[in-house]
Design a protein around this ligand. Structure first.
Ligand code: COA
Length: 339
């Protein structure tokens, strides 16, 4: 899907928030469960620890905490929000968790729904929400990326369980004039024919219903991943889509303030930086603390960098998300913050 049409209104990114579970699980702790060790995980992935939702927390609560902070920092009243879009593959409720988040936020006027695109979910949701704002159909949108993959990893599979963690991040988006537009362009891609290397499939459990009829009991198997195939996909497609986006907008990689990539593996971040000859200092990374939080990684990272002052109003950011589907995308935006 190509990027923004130039004859609509603009979108500004005006607030951010994030929330992570209380439980922190280090690599050393994980090595008590599976045959792994801190040195292997750090050298192959850059991950040092991850957060895991315990029995006293839910995805809805994390999403609400992240969303409330974003609304507050944007300077909004919750009742002025028109849309709550929750990007998640791991809702508390398969019918959707966004409505419960909307209620807890007090965003009474907002329509709320979930969007599923795995680790590309936040980027896909950002672009989706921005369409309502650019056409003028809506004025304010809250885009949340949140996941709890800890519920769906096989904690005895060392090839995948070391990678993932739980978290939530949120961005407040506002319609603006085209002159003030902050979401400069985007590209979104899907290739379902290559999707088998990363799945969270339904259980295959057939039971008799009545004579001559069967049904499948609902439920899901743990994550199934071919790590090497996913790695190759990421290091091929992420630079390619970013290059297309930057060229289309005549943006020299040197003029970027930040590269904000889906946090899956430090080696993938470094490979993309090398490809564009962007200094590692300009590549935002919090993998060491959180691992791969799926749809949450980009807003969680952005919020951290906004709060500690690395990302400043006016900064130009190239972002890319990728994951199951297979799906991937990129967006070029300027952070605005509350004015
Ligand atoms: N601890 C210790 N050893 C491990 C291990 C672990 N957690 N996981 C795998 N190993 C072992 C393997 O068994 C293998 O041993 P062997 O050579 O004796 O068979 C060895 O380490 C190398 O395994 P390999 O799978 O080749 O490692 P890798 O360098 O490809 O790294 C990943 C594995 C998963 C870190 C890497 O492929 C990756 O990051 N892929 C992308 C995954 C991803 O990001 N998924 C989400 C996308 S949104």
């Amino acid at each position: 899907m190509p990027g923004t049409s130039k004859n609509l209104g603009g979108v500004a990114l005006v607030g951010s928030g994030s929330a992570t579970p209380n439980q922190r699980l280090t690599n050393d702790q994980l090595s008590l469960r599976v045959d792994t060790n801190d040195a292997w995980i750090r050298s192959r992935t850059g991950i040092g620890a991850r957060r895991v939702i315990g029995s006293d927390e839910t995805l809805v609560e994390l999403s609400q905490r992240a969303g409330s902070l974003a609304i507050q920092r944007a300077g909004w009243d919750p009742t002025s929000v028109d849309l709550v879009l929750l990007a998640t593959s791991t809702p508390d409720d398969l019918f959707g968790s966004a409505p419960k988040v909307q209620a807890l936020l007090g965003a009474k006027q907002a329509v709320a729904f979930d969007l599923t695109a795995a680790c590309s979910g936040f980027l896909f949701a950002l672009v989706t929400a921005s369409q309502f704002l650019r056409t003028g159909a809506m004025r304010r949108a809250l885009v949340i990326g949140a996941d709890q993959l800890s519920r769906w990893v096989d904690w005895d599979d060392r090839r995948s369980c070391v990678l993932f963690g739980d978290g939530a991040g949120a961005i407040a988006l506002e319609s603006t004039s085209l002159v003030q537009n902050g979401l400069l362009d985007f590209q979104l891609k899907t290739d379902g024919s290559r999707g088998d290397c990363l799945n969270l499939p339904q259980l295959n459990a057939t039971s008799p219903l009545v004579a001559g009829a069967t049904y499948q009991q609902g439920g899901f198997s743990p994550i199934q991943m071919n790590g090497q195939e996913v790695y190759k996909f990421a290091v091929r497609e992420v630079p390619a889509i970013l290059e297309t986006l930057l060229k289309a907008n005549q943006v020299d990689p040197e003029s970027l303030d930040w590269l904000l990539l889906h946090q899956a593996n430090q080696r993938i971040l470094d490979a993309v930086a090398d490809r564009f000859e962007v200094s590692y200092q300009k590549v935002l990374s919090n993998l060491a603390d959180y691992g791969n939080t799926s749809a949450a990684t980009i807003p969680l990272m952005l919020d951290e960098a906004v709060q500690d002052g690395r990302v400043q109003p006016g900064h130009l950011i190239a972002s890319s998300g990728f994951g199951a589907g297979l799906s991937w995308g990129a967006a070029l935006f300027r952070w605005q913050g509350a004015t």
